[in-house]
Structure formats: C-alpha cells, structure tokens
Ligand binder design. Structure first.
Ligand code: GDP
Ligand code: MN
Length: 380
C-alpha cells in the first residue's frame, strides 16, 4: 500500500525525523485557512500516489496571501499521469540550500535492506545511479544483525557529506528512518529531497512510503490511511467481497480457478492475439455466490468487452460453476458475450446445464485455446 506524502511524513514525524509543519486541505478555502494558520509563505502540494509532481505542476509556492486560494485552485482537479488531485498538503515553505537523497528499500537479490544516500537529490535517483554511480552511497543492512551506527557513518562519508553539523543530523535521520522502515513493515521509505536549509538544518521535504500489504493487520492506523476513492470501483468491490482481482489493460475479462490456470489463460489470450482486461481467481471454491461476486467485479470494469471462464474442475465441480453462471445471469444483466470452457470434474454435467438454459450471449468451447480465440474474436 502506497501512502500519500503527508501520511508518510506523519510516520516520519513519529519516529523523530524532522519535517515541516503542514495541514491537509481539500478546497481552496480550506487551503487558505491552513496557510493563514501556518503564517508566512507556504508550498501547495498535490497529494497523489505518483512521483514527479513538481515537474507536472502539482507543487507551487504561494508567496503572498493572494496566492493562498489561487494556487490551490490551479492544482485541485489536475490530472497527474492519471491521478486526479483531490487533496492538498499545505506546508510552511522551506528555504533550501542543498537537496540530498536518502532511501531504504528491499534488495530482494541480497535479501537485505538497501540504504542509499547521495548529495545529488531532488532529481531522479535512477539518473544518478546510471550516470554518476560514484556519487551514490549504497550499503546493505543485514536484518539479523540489525542496523549498526557504523553503517550510517559509512553512508554519510561515502556520499561525501563532510559538514560536521550535517553529518550529525543525517546520522540521526538514517537511524530513525531505519526504525521507521522496520517498525512500519515498510517496503520503501524515500526522502527526496532531504534538504539542508541555509541555517544548516536538515529536514525531510518529501516522502515516498510503501507498506507491505501483508503486514497491514499489524498496523490498523496505517491500514486506515488507505484512500478508498483513489481505488477504481471494481477494485473496491473486489476487496469488499474478498475476490482476488487484478486489473490489466486489455479487453477480455478472465475468470479462472487457481492462480496457475489463470496465468496460463493470460498467455493463451495473448497467443490468440488479444489482451486481458483483468482477471479473477475463483480459487478452489467456485460456488454460485463466488461466481456472482466475481462477475459483478469483472463487469464493473468499463474496459471489458468479452468474458472468458476457464474452469478446470478438481475440487471445484464444473456443474456448480455452471449453476453459478446461470444464477448470475438471472440476478444481473450482462450484455457482454461470455465464453465458457469447462474441463475436469463434472464437466459434462456442467456443459449440459449450460446447453439446456442456452442464454443467448453464452458460448461454450471444448478447449482452452478455442475458448480464448472465441473470447478475443468477440471482444473485437
Ligand atoms: P515531487 O516532484 O513529487 O518529487 O515533489 P517534491 O515534494 O520532492 O517537490 C519537488 C520540488 O519542489 C523539490 O525538489 C523542491 O525543489 C521544491 N520544493 C518543495 N517544497 C519546497 C519548499 O518548501 N521550498 C522550496 N523553495 N522549494 C520546495
Ligand atoms: Mn520528491
């Protein structure tokens, strides 16, 4: 789960990392009230779950009170690479002397936490890593040994930070960020830029924060930060119904039982020249209600043009799935063509049930490849 900048900064603050004072606002009037409360110049920052907001016009300095509503007006509703701005973070503006970069992330290859620090912050870290690797201090923290103070010192020296005042503050920030990363079950904590003010004060000016979904049950306060409005309607429905759903980019909605079969179905759709719009995994169950739930989720995706059921009966009985499909068609209007391939346990019974009812938009095919071809054809 990705957090907004202001949410990440709230977690930073809890762990002692210095951040600027700020307020959340959703309207220009709220933004102005926040600016007045903070006093002096503020930065108006779009809160969206994507980076590069500055370049996209999502971050603006409001230096005089006339700007306190004008800048929020400009930024609210802005579309930043598909993310519409609905929330603003109004923050007391900082004077910036230097922009550094600090992050903690997983290096899955090394099975360790990777710490990266460079004086070349404020820009894409990929660019620094590719073009000036020497400027980037990288080191691993062994999860069993835990974080050791010498590692922060090594990173600070490695990055060429030689001002003693900065060194001292950054050593603290590194230690605090590591504690924050581990205790929040984070997968990424990035501060870009980590600034130094003209007075020599170090502060986190941005936050990119990803928490492991599988650990959210341990952090109810973090789980509550999820912005349900930022999630597409069908993903919200899937979560509420407990349906395993993944959104993709094409036109064919896919329902299968079991992750392996679903993955193969994606490949076969590609082989047939089509592209999957999404997929639902019915898992080992596939009872009628499960089919209804999954169909509701899949058809809520406006990109879907046809639906492919790929069922291999093992524990799942094909007749049960067939009944689920027919029941779903009674309960809801589905305009999309539906292609069904049933194989395995009770496949014959399942096909008979479908043939008897024979809804006009339902097509059965004997093999996975035939079914995929048909579904792709019908989506065209
Ligand atoms: P991003 O573009 O999404 O990474 O958003 P950031 O929060 O990193 O902001 C982008 C840039 O805006 C920063 O690198 C700064 O140069 C500038 N910026 C952000 N906050 C302030 C501030 O308080 N004062 C000044 N002068 N510049 C700021
Ligand atoms: Mn940034």
């Amino acid at each position: 789960m990705d957090l907004y900048e202001y949410q990440g900064k709230e977690l930073f603050r809890r762990f002692g990392i210095p951040v600027s004072d700020g307020r959340l606002a959703t309207t220009p009037a709220e933004a102005r009230a926040a600016a007045e409360e903070l006093g002096g110049p503020v930065v108006v920052k779009a809160q969206v779950l994507t980076g590069g907001r500055g370049k996209a016009g999502g971050i603006k300095l409001a230096s005089d009170p006339a700007d306190d509503e004008a800048k929020p007006e400009e930024i609210l509703g802005l579309d930043i690479r598909g993310h519409v701005v609905r929330r603003l973070w109004i923050e007391r503006a900082s004077d910036i002397a230097k922009e550094y970069y600090l992050s903690l992330t997983f290096d899955r290859g090394a099975k360790k936490v990777l710490l990266m620090l460079t004086r070349e912050g404020g820009i894409d870290i990929e660019e620094v890593a590719a073009e000036r690797p020497d400027a980037l201090a990288r080191l691993h923290v062994d999860p069993l040994e835990g974080f050791q103070p010498y590692q922060a010192r090594r990173a600070v020296y490695g990055a060429g930070i030689d001002d003693p005042g900065e060194q001292k503050q950054i050593l603290d920030v590194v230690r605090e960020l590591y504690a924050c990363f581990v205790e929040c079950d984070a997968m990424l904590c990035e501060i870009n830029p980590l600034i130094v003010t003209p007075d020599g004060e170090v502060r986190a000016l941005d936050s990119k924060f990803t928490v492991d979904d599988n650990a959210l049950y341990r952090h109810p306060d973090v789980a509550e930060m999820r912005d349900l409005e930022a999630v597409p309607a069908e993903e919200r429905a899937a979560r509420a119904k407990g349906v395993t759903y993944v959104k993709l980019d094409g036109e064919v909605g896919i329902l299968g039982n079991g992750a392996g079969l679903v993955m193969s179905t994606l490949d076969v759709i590609a082989l047939a020249g089509g592209r999957p719009a999404n997929f639902c995994d019915l898992g080992g169950g596939g009872d009628a209600q499960g089919v209804v739930d999954a169909l509701e989720v899949i058809t809520a995706d406006p990109q879907v043009r046809s639906i492919l059921f790929n069922i291999f009966g093992g524990i799942t009985r094909c007749d049960e799935v067939a009944r689920g499909i027919l029941q779903a068609l009674e309960q809801m209007t589905i305009e999309h063509p539906i292609v069904v391939r049933l194989d395995g346990t009770n496949a014959e019974e399942g096909r008979e049930l479908l043939a008897e009812a024979a809804p006009s938009n339902l097509h059965t095919e004997p093999t996975m490849l035939d079914a995929a071809r048909r579904a792709v054809e019908l989506a065209a």
